[in-house]
Design a protein around this ligand. Structure first.
Ligand SMILES: [Zn+2]
Length: 298
């Protein structure tokens, strides 16, 4: 999606975390938190388990501090040109969309934190590395994203990787935050895998919520009442669908092992991820109840 050049970014919404390093001795990264993290990464593939599981004697030490990630981002023009500004603009639009839309789901919206990081950072869900991909950490109520993932989205996953593909990733993680507010995380058994498992239902709903935002994003407004985005184009929708397809479990498995095993799906197939995105795009957030759909038609 293309931002209106003249739309205004209020700023301060996206933070950047300093690098972290693991040092010997002291606290333990909780296994429960680790499980939460592994189930909430954006894709089921490319996980660096060693980073999370460690040896039980690892203490995370914060190096550096949390700063404004996009202090120089002022306008939609900036968001069209630079990825940090694009993240800032997407976050402001998502806040506006969900502030209104959450009521249709019977919840009141509180905004998540949104952190960018380079290489690695510590979270309540364990230490994040670039290899984990973007994720939502429920105890922190925060989204963590290394923008280097966007290069992987193109080079490793084969997505077009355009601006809307990038913002789809953010909107998907925002969808997990909405699920947290709904209590869907707490009430869903995500320990199993398979094409109609709880974890796949959670992920497809997040894709649907991402589509719902994209479908209404052109109506979201900045503080001056100017719309953030130009009307969406067909090519841009193809861009988002390309990302949804690229991170489908079957696509990832096919690339990594040459075979597809639906029983081990955690996020849904490429076809499912695109279909639920389109459903949200066309019908809005109230159409995203993946939990009431029979497994055969999920
Ligand atoms: Zn997800």
């Amino acid at each position: 999606m293309t931002f209106n050049d003249d739309s205004r970014l209020s700023g301060g919404r996206v933070k950047r975390r300093g690098r972290t390093a693991a040092v010997a001795g002291g606290g333990v990264v909780g296994i429960g938190a680790i499980v939460v993290l592994l189930l909430n990464v954006f894709t089921g593939g490319n996980l660096d388990l060693g980073t999370f599981l460690g040896d039980g004697t690892t203490q995370i030490q914060q190096q550096g501090e949390t700063v404004d990630a996009a202090p120089e981002c002022r306008t939609g023009r900036d968001a069209n040109l630079q990825v940090e500004c694009r993240m800032e603009g997407a976050a402001e639009s998502l806040d506006g969309y969900w502030t209104a839309e959450a009521r249709t789901l019977g919840i009141s919206y509180t905004a998540p934190d949104f952190f960018l990081f380079d290489g690695s950072t510590d979270t309540s869900c364990g230490q994040a590395s670039a290899a984990t991909g973007p994720f939502y950490c429920p105890p922190d109520r925060a989204i963590y994203l290394d923008t280097a993932f966007y290069d992987d989205l193109q080079s490793t996953y084969g997505s077009s990787g355009g601006p809307l593909a990038q913002m789809y990733v953010v909107a998907h993680e925002w969808g997990h935050h909405i699920q947290q507010l709904q209590g869907a995380f707490a009430s869903t058994d995500r320990s199993g895998t398979g094409a109609s498992s709880g974890s796949v239902r959670v992920e497809l709903q997040a894709d649907c919520y991402a589509g719902a935002w994209v479908g209404d994003a052109a109506n979201t407004e900045d503080a001056d009442g100017e719309t953030f985005f130009e009307p969406i184009s067909r090519a841009e929708i193809a861009d988002a669908l390309s990302a949804a397809s690229a991170v489908g479990d079957d696509s990832i498995q096919e690339r990594s092992s040459g075979r597809v095993d639906p029983d081990s799906f955690t996020h849904g197939s490429s076809e499912q991820r695109q279909r639920w995105f389109v459903r949200g795009y066309q019908q809005g957030a109230t159409s995203c109840d993946t939990f009431s759909v029979a497994g055969s038609s999920l």
